[in-house]
Design a protein around this ligand. Structure first.
Ligand code: FES
Ligand SMILES: [Fe+2]
Length: 428
């Protein structure tokens, strides 16, 4: 029987393929280890340590030339296998040193996400990626969203496994809950092993008129170490809906959530809605959580006590949270850092350096929001330029028959400036 989770021999989700820059190297980290992703000339992905073997510059600061990653400092080039293919300053009669290579990792694309394996390469099996079977159904549509958060991954997982907080912490928000329905929950733990935790819980929600509670049983699985999967069961068996919450421990006090909600019965409005509009709502929900977790995290880390000594858990509220933290006690001792229920290992203090603004934690990493943000900024500049052009015309043609047209155009542009400013702020 396994008694320890091997944190290296498992797949880590890094980024949605859609959000990966096509012509630039992409930096990320796993448990504080800096790594770089890039594509070779055929478009194949490569992943390596983000450190130049020459003098340790960050390779992700460099650029791609004919599918080779070139270090910005002295121009050494590396191919997707991590081999050094060019050293501009090397005398023509000298061979490139065999040690001038990068430490490479296995990397694959699966279900629109980039997955990295840092353990033994021969053990990396695609079948072990915790993919969502429903997403292979062509009728199922997923809405993806990603955010970087300023705390340890175990705090994020505790937050997203915690069904009990939804109706209180996210009262009144779309995709949130309603405080009247924060009721006792019933949990059934179906499995608790080194592979994770599988459970069901009785959920309380609102009916369509938002005036009456509806109850139902939902499944919640923790697939170790990076996935929380919610699936609902419907009377009509052809209906599919769920939530896959992937995460990656980026560094001390920093993790990333890769959120996917999926369904085969979205309304036409949901289907045509631009992604960035949906992301505004996700940003709101995650920012509410972030404020709460930063407070909780600071207090737990300040106290230097274990959760077991600080908390007063209630069975009909916290069963899954406690099971998850105990899972860490049992299996996570070898991970670089974690916080369990009765044990912990070098859990970092809250990152003071981490910026909390929406642009830093989401927009800059999201293709859809970044495009909408840039468009809004451009539009705003054009509108302001038109206002400046129209302003003198208002006076010049003050008594003219068509002066009211100029006036209404002017007021329309002022209104547009206000609207674009409001939209801009949602991305910043
Ligand atoms: S540090 Fe990279 S080429 Fe010199
Ligand atoms: Fe976005």
């Amino acid at each position: 029987m396994d008694t320890e989770f091997n944190w290296q021999n498992c797949w880590y989700p890094v980024v949605f393929v859609e959000d990966l820059p096509k012509r630039k190297p992409y930096a990320f980290s796993l448990y504080n280890e800096p790594m770089v992703l890039f594509r070779n000339e055929k478009g194949d992905l490569a992943c390596a340590a983000d450190r130049c073997p020459h003098r340790a510059a960050r390779l992700s600061d460099g650029h791609l030339i004919d599918g080779k990653l070139e270090c910005l400092y002295h121009g050494w080039q590396f191919n997707a296998a991590g081999e050094c293919t060019r050293i501009p300053q090397l005398a023509p009669d000298k061979k490139i040193p065999a040690t001038a290579c990068l430490k490479s990792h296995v990397v694959v694309e699966c279900q629109g996400m980039v997955w990295v394996w840092v353990g033994a390469p021969d053990l990396a099996a695609i079948a072990d990626i915790p993919s969502i079977v429903a997403l292979d159904n062509p009728d199922v549509i997923s809405v993806d969203y990603t955010i970087d958060l300023p705390y340890d991954q175990t705090y994020l997982i505790e937050n997203v496994i915690d069904v009990a907080h939804i109706h209180i912490a996210h009262h009144g928000l779309r995709g949130g809950g309603h405080r009247d329905y924060a009721l006792p929950l019933e949990f059934d733990i179906l499995e608790d092993s080194v592979k994770g935790i599988r459970a069901t819980y009785r959920s309380i929600g609102l009916n369509q008129n938002r005036d009456e509670a509806k109850t139902g049983t939902a499944h919640l699985d923790f697939i170790a170490p990076n996935l929380i999967s919610y699936t609902s069961k419907y009377q009509k068996s052809e209906l599919i809906a769920g939530l896959a919450l992937y995460s990656i421990p980026l560094a001390k006090g920093k993790c990333r959530l890769l959120y996917r909600k999926y369904s085969n019965f979205y309304s036409w409005r949901e289907r045509i809605k631009p992604k960035w509009l949906d992301h505004w709502n996700q940003n709101e929900i995650l920012q509410q959580d972030m404020a709460l977790i930063i407070g909780q995290y600071s207090e737990i880390e300040r106290s230097q006590q274990n959760a077991k000594d600080l908390w007063l858990p209630i069975k009909s509220s916290d069963t899954l949270v406690i099971h998850y933290r105990k899972w860490l006690d049992k299996y996570a001792a070898a991970t670089p850092f974690y916080r369990g229920y009765a044990t912990h290992k070098t859990v970092p203090h809250l990152s003071d350096q981490h910026p909390y603004d929406v642009f830093s934690i989401h927009t800059q990493n999201c293709t859809s929001c970044l495009r909408a943000y840039r468009f809004t900024k451009q539009l705003q500049k054009i509108v302001i330029a038109l206002i400046l052009i129209l302003l003198p015309l208002l006076f010049v043609f003050a008594g003219a028959a068509y002066s009211h047209v100029i006036l209404f155009s002017y007021l329309g542009l002022v209104l547009m400036t206000w609207v674009t400013q409001k939209i801009r702020l949602r991305f910043e």
